[in-house]
Design a protein around this ligand. Structure first.
Ligand code: NAD
Ligand code: WQD
Length: 336
C-alpha cells in the first residue's frame, strides 16, 4: 500500500514509518517538526534500508496538504498533533486549532483526493475519569483537559463523517501509555525540555540528565500506593497500526479500538524494571499527588484481538531494555 504518515518524524510516527517500510509498504511522511527532528527520518531510512520520502509540511497549510494528497494514497496514518496536557491548559486555542482544525483539513484533503482510509491516533484520555477497569471501548467518554477535548472532537468528526458519507473506513486507535523504542536503540522518544511522562523521566535519570524521579503520590488505592497504568511498547503500538491498516477493508465507517497491553504496572514497578534494565538503582523520592491524575487505568484489549487481530507481545522488561538502549546511545536524544 502507499501510505501517507502525518507526524512521521515524531515518536510514534517514526516507529510506524519503520514498521510500514519493514512490511514492504511505500511510505511518504510529513511533519512540521514542531516537536521532532528530521534526524528520526534519516535513521528510519538507515534502519529499513528503504526509501522514505519526507516533506516539511503543516496540517494548517491546506494548499500543501491538498497538493500532497492529490498524489494518490491508499491510506493515511494520522499522528500529527500536540500532546502536552499541561500546555493544552495554558493554550487551549492553540490545541484546538492545531489538532482539530488540522485534522479537519486533513479529512477535507482526503475527501478531495478520494482517499477514505484513515488510522487516527486517539488516546485513553477520551475515557476521562475512569469508572471501572479494565476499560472497554464502550466506557463513557469525557474530556478532562483541552488536549482530551481535541481527541474527543476529532473522534466525533470521524464518527459523523462516516455516518453521513459512505465509503469511509476509519480506525480510531485509543492508545494507553506508549513507551520503549525500536530494539536498535536508534530512534526513540525525545521530549523537549522536562519530560512530563514517567518513562522518559526515569530513563533521563538513569543516564544522569536528572537527579531523581519524582513519584507523584504513594497514597492511591493501589497495591503499593503509586499510580497504575497500562504501558505499551511503541513497536507493538506501531504493529497495531499495521494490523488496523490490513483490516480496514472490513470496516464499515469509523470504529474505536483500544491499543493497550491489558495489564497495569505501578510507578514503583516501572522504576524497578527500569533499574534492572539500566543495571543500577534509579533514585526516586515520593512527592504529593499530581493534580488530575487517576489512581489506575488499564485497557481491556480484547476488542483489538477481535477486530484487527492484534495483541501486544512485549512485556515491561523489554519496554525498559529498549527505552534504556535508546537513551544510553542517545543521552541528549536526537541532539546527541
Ligand atoms: P510527538 O510529538 O512525538 O509526534 C507528533 C508529531 O506531530 C511531532 O513530530 C510534531 O512535530 C508533529 N506535528 C504537530 N503538529 C503538527 C502540524 N500542525 N502539522 C504537522 N506536524 C505536526 O508525539 P507522539 O507521542 O508520537 O504522538 C503521536 C500522536 O499520538 C499524537 O496525536 C498524540 O496525541 C497521540 N497519542 C500519544 C500518546 C503518548 O503518550 N505519546 C498517547 C495517546 C495518543
Ligand atoms: C504515568 C504515571 C503519574 C511522571 C499521559 C496523558 C494521557 C496519555 C498518556 C496522550 C502516573 C506517574 C509521572 C513523573 C510520576 N497521552 N508519574 N512521576 O498521566 O497516565 O497519561 O500520557 O494521549 O493523555 O495524560 O502518563 O507518564 O505522565 O504518568 O510519578 O515524573 O506515572 O502520576 O501515575 P499519564 P504519565
Amino acid at each position: 500500500m502507499k501510505v501517507l504518515v502525518t507526524g512521521g518524524a515524531g515518536y510514534i510516527g517514526s516507529h510506524a514509518c519503520l514498521e510500514l517500510l519493514r512490511a514492504g509498504h511505500e511510505v511518504v511522511g510529513f511533519d512540521n517538526l514542531s516537536n521532532s527532528s528530521e534526524k528520526a527520518i534519516s535513521r528510519v531510512r538507515e534502519l529499513s534500508g528503504k526509501p522514505l520520502r519526507f516533506e516539511r509540511l503543516d496540517l494548517l497549510d491546506k494548499q500543501g496538504l491538498g497538493r500532497l494528497m492529490k498524489e494518490g494514497f491508499d491510506a493515511v496514518m494520522h499522528f500529527a498533533g500536540l500532546k502536552a496536557v499541561g500546555e493544552s491548559v495554558e493554550k487551549p486555542d492553540l490545541y484546538r486549532r492545531n489538532n482539530v482544525e488540522g485534522s479537519a483539513n486533513l479529512l477535507a484533503a482526503m475527501k478531495a483526493a478520494d482517499c477514505r482510509n484513515l488510522v487516527f491516533s486517539s488516546s485513553c484520555t477520551v475515557y476521562g475519569a475512569v469508572q471501572k477497569n479494565p476499560v472497554t471501548e464502550s466506557h463513557p467518554r469525557a474530556a478532562v483537559n483541552p488536549y482530551g477535548e481535541t481527541k474527543l472532537a476529532v473522534e466525533d468528526m470521524c464518527f459523523e463523517l462516516a455516518r453521513v458519507e459512505k465509503g469511509w473506513r476509519i480506525a480510531l486507535l485509543r492508545y494507553f501509555n506508549p513507551v520503549g523504542a525500536d530494539a536498535s536503540g536508534c530512534i526513540g522518544e525525545d521530549p523537549k525540555g522536562m519530560p512530563n511522562n514517567l518513562m522518559p523521566f526515569v530513563m533521563q535519570t538513569a543516564v544522569g540528565r536528572r537527579d531523581k524521579v519524582r513519584v507523584w503520590g504513594n497514597d492511591y488505592p493501589t497495591p503499593d500506593g503509586t499510580g497504575v497504568r497500562d504501558y505499551i511498547h511503541v513497536t507493538d503500538l506501531a504493529l497495531g497500526h499495521l494490523a488496523a491498516l490490513g483490516r480496514l477493508d472490513r470496516f464499515d465507517g469509523a470504529l474505536a479500538v483500544n491499543l493497550g497491553a491489558g495489564r497495569g504496572y505501578s510507578v514503583l514497578e516501572v522504576i524497578r524494571a527500569a533499574s534492572k534494565a539500566a543495571g543500577k538503582d534509579i533514585p526516586y523520592e515520593i512527592r504529593p499527588r499530581r493534580p488530575g491524575d487517576a489512581a489506575a487505568i488499564w485497557a481491556d484489549p480484547s476488542f483489538a484481538k477481535k477486530s484487527i487481530g492484534w495483541g501486544a507481545t512485549r512485556g515491561l522488561d523489554e519496554m525498559c531494555a529498549d527505552h534504556c538502549r535508546w537513551q544510553t546511545q542517545n543521552p541528549e536524544g536526537f541532539a546527541s
